[in-house]
Design a protein around this ligand. Structure first.
Ligand code: PXL
Length: 275
């Protein structure tokens, strides 16, 4: 596959801001975002929302960063370094979601914003307070260029059980009605299919992104990696459908290169780019 243009040595790369949680196991969250951004030739800036205590077996707990400190990190980055796109991952609480949305509006940011509405880990450990779903829908979604929920998140956000192509369309319509410019419903967890088919919708046009479903349980950080790669492509000026197509190809390669780690689920990996 072709990748994003790399900056010549010494030149300032494109910058993308990741607003997300830290994964002590290094597989998902901020760590996944930074790996993908670095290996795509993009400078990653971060606003840390929470520090999780986790390994490959699960999330043991997390500690939220005060909402004002999350807001200050965003402001410090965008007023000096400047970013061409941003993405959100784990935001933990209503207070942090409100701080991100308020800061985005107060600073008048207009760059593409990818919202990956992280609600739980792959082990089912909660990463977002249930009471924060309203804030996610009401405050952050209307600011988003693109939202990228998986099927569990779709159920929580719009109450639709996606089981086939028809319910996947209904979910995309319901998500789009919440205000993002585009909604991507990831079909990666659709067990009935041996393909992974993601559906993208902007209120008018439908785009489908199909790839093989790769076997193996080492897919920790896959959603973060997809959203990070999409944000990098948007920072380079791709259209949303082209950026999603790029992100899908990237995460498929990262899945192919995933590796076992610890005693549980290993991470998807962009390290193949180094060989
Ligand atoms: O992959 C979702 C995710 C995002 N962010 C953090 C996580 C996880 C999943 O475990 O721990 C910090």
């Amino acid at each position: 596959m072709s990748y994003l243009p790399l900056p010549p040595p010494g030149a300032t790369p494109a910058r993308v801001l990741s607003i997300a949680g830290s994964d002590s196991g290094g597989g998902a969250g901020i760590q996944a975002d930074m790996r993908t951004m670095a290996l795509l030739g993009v400078h990653a800036c971060v606003a840390v929302s929470a520090v999780t205590v986790q390994n490959t077996l699960g999330v043991k707990g997390f500690h939220e960063v005060p909402a004002g400190v999350v807001a200050d990190q965003i402001e410090a980055v965008v007023t000096d370094i400047g970013v061409q796109a941003a993405k959100t991952g784990m935001l933990a609480s209503s207070a942090i979601i409100a701080a991100v949305a308020d800061t985005w509006r107060r600073l008048g940011l207009t760059v593409p914003l990818v919202v990956d509405p992280v609600c739980a880990s792959m082990h089912g450990d909660a990463l977002l307070a249930e009471s924060a779903l309203d804030s996610l829908r009401g405050q952050l979604f209307p600011l988003a260029t693109l939202v990228t929920p998986n099927l569990d998140e779709v159920r929580l956000l719009v109450g639709i059980d996606v089981v086939d192509a028809e319910s996947q369309r209904a979910a995309a319509e319901a998500l789009h009605a919440l205000g993002p410019r585009w909604a991507l419903v990831k079909g990666g967890h659709l067990r009935s299919s041996d393909r992974s088919c993601d559906l993208l919708y902007d209120g008018a046009a439908w785009h489908e992104f199909d790839s093989e479903r790769l076997p193996g349980g080492n897919d920790h950080g896959g959603g973060d990696t997809l959203a990070a790669a999409i944000a990098c492509a948007l920072a380079h000026g791709f259209t949303v459908p082209d950026a999603v197509g790029f992100g899908k190809r990237w995460v498929t390669e990262c899945l192919r290169a995933s590796y076992p780690l610890g005693h549980g689920h290993g991470p998807v990996s962009p390290l193949f780019r180094l060989s």
